[in-house]
Ligand binder design. Sequence first.
Ligand code: NAD
Length: 584
Amino acid sequence: MLLHKPFLNVLRMHPMRILVTGGAGFIGMNLCRALLQGGHRVVVLDDFSTGLRSNLEGLDVELIEHDVTLPFDVPCDQIYHLACPASPVFYQKEGVRTMLTAFNGTYQALLNAERHKARILVASTSEVYGDPAVSPQPETYFGNVNTWGPRACYDEGKRAAEALCYEFQTRGRADVRVARIFNTYGPGMRLDDGRVMTEFIAAALSGKPLRLEADGEQTRSFCYVDDVIEGLISLMARNGGIGPLNLGSTEEVRIFDLASMVISMTSSDSTTCTSARRRDDPMCRKPDISLAATELSWIPRISLAVGLERLIRDIKSSVPRRACCPMVVLIAATDRSHLHLSRTIPSLMRQNKGWDAVVVVDDSLHSSDQIKVNFGSAGLNGLHLIANQRSRGAAGAWNSGLEFIRTNIGEAWVAILDDDDEWSAEHLESCHAKITQGADAIIGGIITFVEGRPASVATHDSFSHESFLQHNPGWQGSNTFVRLSSLEKAGCFDEGLACTHDRDLAIRLLSLDDFTHVRTGVVTVKYHVSDNEPAYTRRFNPIKLAGLRTFWLKHRSRMNEEQKAGFFEHAAAMFGFSQQQITQ
Ligand SMILES: NC(=O)c1ccc[n+]([C@@H]2O[C@H](COP(=O)([O-])OP(=O)(O)OC[C@H]3O[C@@H](n4cnc5c(N)ncnc54)[C@H](O)[C@@H]3O)[C@@H](O)[C@H]2O)c1
């Protein structure tokens, strides 16, 4: 981070204890770096819902792992309140939580400021202007925001938070600053959160098409993060409250032109492709920054071309890290101790290639102690035994495991092993050998054993999501080796399904615009079907029937007549259920 000299003087004036909520996020970590550079003591409060532990590596901060919507008491001189998911992919995933974070989180931060007489700066957003009818947008513009749509949780949450700030400020309860931050970019952004800048660069570097919505006619003004940090610290340092203040770049660019710049600056062969405009996505975005210029003498210094070059350089150096991110084995363990001992654990012990972590999620009704004993005493490297925090069943257990991996490990290759299946010794090795920068999933060949005898082998060339509408052509849990970020993009496992989770996930992964899967070409997974074992695949299993019903309701609108017939034929032949039983 290169801060310019006059600003460094502002930063260094009085060493303080400063609380940064959301300090493990993109802007937060850059802010922490700057505050530490200024000689301050920094406390980070974060729940790591979108921020990464790795962002804080090497930073001498005090960490409080806490949900900002719940009360906290942190003595401090200043508070930068940033905690809130900021990318549409993340904030739309759990809209209610986003809205509560924006409002209740700000309330708790304001209460802490009031209690400790700390000055507080609240990060608001240009989204309070909605899809603006005025451009550039001055602070006096009231906005054009839809309360009834997928972006409302964020936009309206932030508007309500601003109203709360107004109440605390005008009633003398706290010394409040509000920064309306416009699109910000720079090192520290996650490559998987769907923000256009990183999405374009990651696509260009891996030769994938750059996706343009609304033909790329929207405009945005991207401000480099160092400039935003200087704006935030200058606003905090200014004596006397002013109302909300815009911080952003005035260099407006069409998204189409941004795509061209990225392709040319990365010397990429990528092309562009188009997709529909997301609902309520603003067509233009450009701040009027005269208030910041007058009150703070602040204007951005880093041009888009320079900032983009810096970010590309940063991402380029992190892409090899992306290709070889940790390999994590994920197991949902149920009451099948004899199978753990005879298949799952030996299957891990014989792998030629080591893993970085094994996450076993306990989804048992009765034998959780036994699971701990079995896996715990096996001496598995990097073992984490965790409880299922979500709904009971495989999908909830896998999702718990994925959340654990995201929070504690970060981006990873996730290799799933069902606790009644087996891998041959070269499974992880063969998947690992196929990892490239561009690949999102590696799929091993699978052999099905019926009642202990080999019955069929699947080593497909490539899948399309249509095949999974009728039956599963060979992508099960145990030959899933996929990037965590791809699973998250697809929405992880559907906990509303009683079974057929693999097919449903495959459909959603394969429907992602830029999803690339590669096969290993070798059969390394043994999938067991037996009437004598507790498994969904047994014929006439009522759980299977429930799963087929919800799968049918969920996907029937995507099926043509031939696919519908294929779906019912397969259900009858494989599981013994008629069309009438499934649709009644
Ligand atoms: N990046 C931008 O372009 C931009 C633009 C406008 C406004 N902002 C605002 O700036 C702030 C930071 O944005 P960012 O880009 O760094 O986002 P980010 O998602 O990278 O960081 C947000 C941080 O807040 C944490 N967090 C989220 N919910 C929390 C909760 N309930 N309790 C504790 N911690 C929680 C996350 O784990 C993460 O570390 C946000 O308030 C955002 O609304 C950002």
